[in-house]
Design a protein around this ligand. Structure first.
Ligand code: ADP
Ligand code: ZN
Length: 517
């Protein structure tokens, strides 16, 4: 059976777990009784769908929401997983097909509406077919005092006792009384393994910086933390090797790690990292699964991660001991271009590609955030949080300016040149730079020529990067470097919406390492 990370990628198409998912998946797939409280939108369904694939036999999923069950069954089937639902919304043929698949032992997940449990035949059937796990969605429906009480949920405890299999209960309702009632009614009062805490890692300092001269930025960051264990994530294998060499030349104890190395060499790096103090590993994302080191003091990204989930997972390797840990993520227009083209050129179906662009947008929104990073990050995962006091934006609130007019000028330059040019040429037009290319194309005759003289080239570069970050413009997949306007930019172009941009701080102020707790 493939491992969780492989299934996550191959079946569900995700590159990383969301906060909390990995621990819950591990516990559920081991067959423990589990109660997990996750915010809505946090990604609960994966926490029973993935273990269902790792375990023998059928997983029964009980949910009160028929439309949602049908959605999940359809999505699972599209991903090649045998799933079916028994609900009142079924046609007779659908029900017959589910029974056939069950009898033939083909089904991995059986979704069932709670009222079905009342029918004696269903109980008998479930006993016969080799159920290995019960997953209960919206578990708070068992609470007699709650708004969503479903009397049929009271039968679930009975089902668990009859089948004598592990049960995993999920809900977004976190109050203590409801939890106690769930434990009482679903687990007969035997406390399950609980995942109740929020997913914040408050000891990790969060910081992003526009890529200026990446090697120098990483070297400075590492130099300020000399002797501490850290990871530098890079986008390519070649870069891990050259950056590790540079760090060694800078007097650090560093080595590289990537998927192209011999398995034996990779093991050596992993075990050195786990046992030595103060080693820096410069790695691709291949580094991480085999790493179990509680006192990693920092994680830096020399290139932008793939998605907000990948970002969270990678920085989450720091500071597992709870002591202060620091992170720095560098990002620039080239990263955005690369990530967009990886999505566009991938083989994923259109809906999945759209979702991937959305997850990249979320990360870019975090990179260009104007207020507390943690509030933004946790908000994306459905958790509310106050400004944290432990991120670069809380440390030093960014200087901002009204970017509406510069963005409109930039969009106009893009449209007047038929969306055929990249930022460099567009900036030449905006600041009235009579380059050969500008003159040869007659772009010095455009009404936009020179309308952006009031800003410096560097400022314009920041404006273009932020336009990409806010998904107002996207690189044209068919024309290298060219930028096209997106629908999101239209209200700004029409002056119906304004936009606030941050002024880039050009000197990267390296923070002093936090005092050890
Ligand atoms: P809920 O917790 O509200 O039941 P869902 O299970 O429906 O949430 O998941 C919410 C969204 O998050 C879905 O669109 C799902 O595809 C997405 N999602 C879940 N896990 C991941 C992951 N590891 N990486 C990226 N997206 C994910
Ligand atoms: Zn903060």
């Amino acid at each position: 059976m493939p491992g969780a990370a492989t299934l996550l990628r191959d079946v569900f198409g995700f590159d990383a777990f969301r906060p909390g998912q990995e621990d819950i998946v591990t516990a559920v797939s081991r067959g423990e009784n589990v109660l997990a409280i996750m915010p809505t939108g946090g990604g609960k369904s994966l926490c029973f769908q993935l273990p269902a694939l790792m375990r023998d036999g059928v997983t029964v999923v009980i949910s009160p929401l028929i439309a949602l069950m049908r959605d999940q069954v359809r999505a699972l089937r599209e991903a090649g997983v045998e799933a079916g639902a028994l609900t009142s919304g079924n046609t007779d043929e659908e029900t017959a097909a589910v029974w056939d698949a069950l009898e033939a032992g083909r089904l991995k997940l059986l979704y069932i509406a709670p009222e079905r449990l009342a029918a004696g035949s269903a109980m008998g059937m479930l006993r016969r077919i080799g159920i290995s796990l019960i997953a209960v969605d919206e578990a708070h429906c068992v609470s007699q005092w709650g708004h969503d009480f479903r009397p049929d949920y009271l039968r679930i405890g009975e089902l668990r006792r009859a089948l004598n299999v592990p049960l995993a209960a999920f809900t977004a309702t976190a109050d203590a009384e409801t939890q106690a009632e769930i434990v009482e009614k679903l687990f007969d009062g035997q406390p399950p393994q609980s995942f109740l805490r929020g997913f914040d890692r408050p000891n990790i300092h969060l910081a992003f910086a526009p890529k200026d001269s990446p090697r120098r930025q990483i070297m400075e960051f590492a130099a300020a933390r000399k002797g501490q264990s850290g990871i530098v994530y890079c986008g390519t294998r070649a870069k891990t090797e050259s950056l590790a060499r540079a760090l060694c030349e800078g007097g650090h104890n560093a080595c590289h790690y990537h998927g192209g190395m011999e398995a034996g060499d990779r093991r050596i790096v992993e075990s050195r990292f786990n046992s030595e103090d103060g080693l820096i590993v410069v790695a691709t994302v291949a580094f991480g699964m085999g790493v179990d080191k509680p006192d990693i003091r920092w994680v830096a990204h020399a290139d932008l991660p793939k998605s907000i989930e990948a970002y969270y997972q990678e920085i989450g390797r720091a500071g597992r001991d709870g002591a202060p840990a620091e992170t720095l993520t560098l990002f620039g227009p080239d990263d955005i271009r690369l990530r967009r083209s990886q999505i566009d050129e991938g083989l994923a179906p259109p809906e999945r590609r759209m979702a991937d662009h959305g997850r990249l947008n979320a990360l870019l929104g975090l990179a260009e955030a104007l207020e507390c990073r943690r509030t933004t990050l946790l908000g994306y995962f459905g958790e509310q949080a106050e400004p944290c006091g432990n991120c670069d934006l809380c440390d030093t609130p960014p200087e901002t300016f009204d970017g509406t007019q510069p963005v409109r000028k930039a969009l106009s330059a893009i449209l007047r040149t038929d969306e055929r040019f990249g930022a460099g040429h567009l900036i030449d037009i905006l600041i009235g730079n009579e380059t050969d290319k500008v003159c040869a194309r007659g772009h010095d005759q455009l009404p936009t020529f020179g309308v952006g003289r009031d800003l410096e080239r560097r400022t314009w570069q920041g404006v273009f990067r932020q336009m990409m970050g806010h998904d107002l413009v996207r690189p044209d997949p068919d024309r290298h470097g060219a930028l096209r306007m997106t629908e999101a930019a239209r209200p700004i172009l029409r002056d119906e919406q304004s936009i606030t941009l941050r002024r880039d701080t050009l000197v990267s102020k390296s923070r002093r390492p936090a005092a050890r707790a």
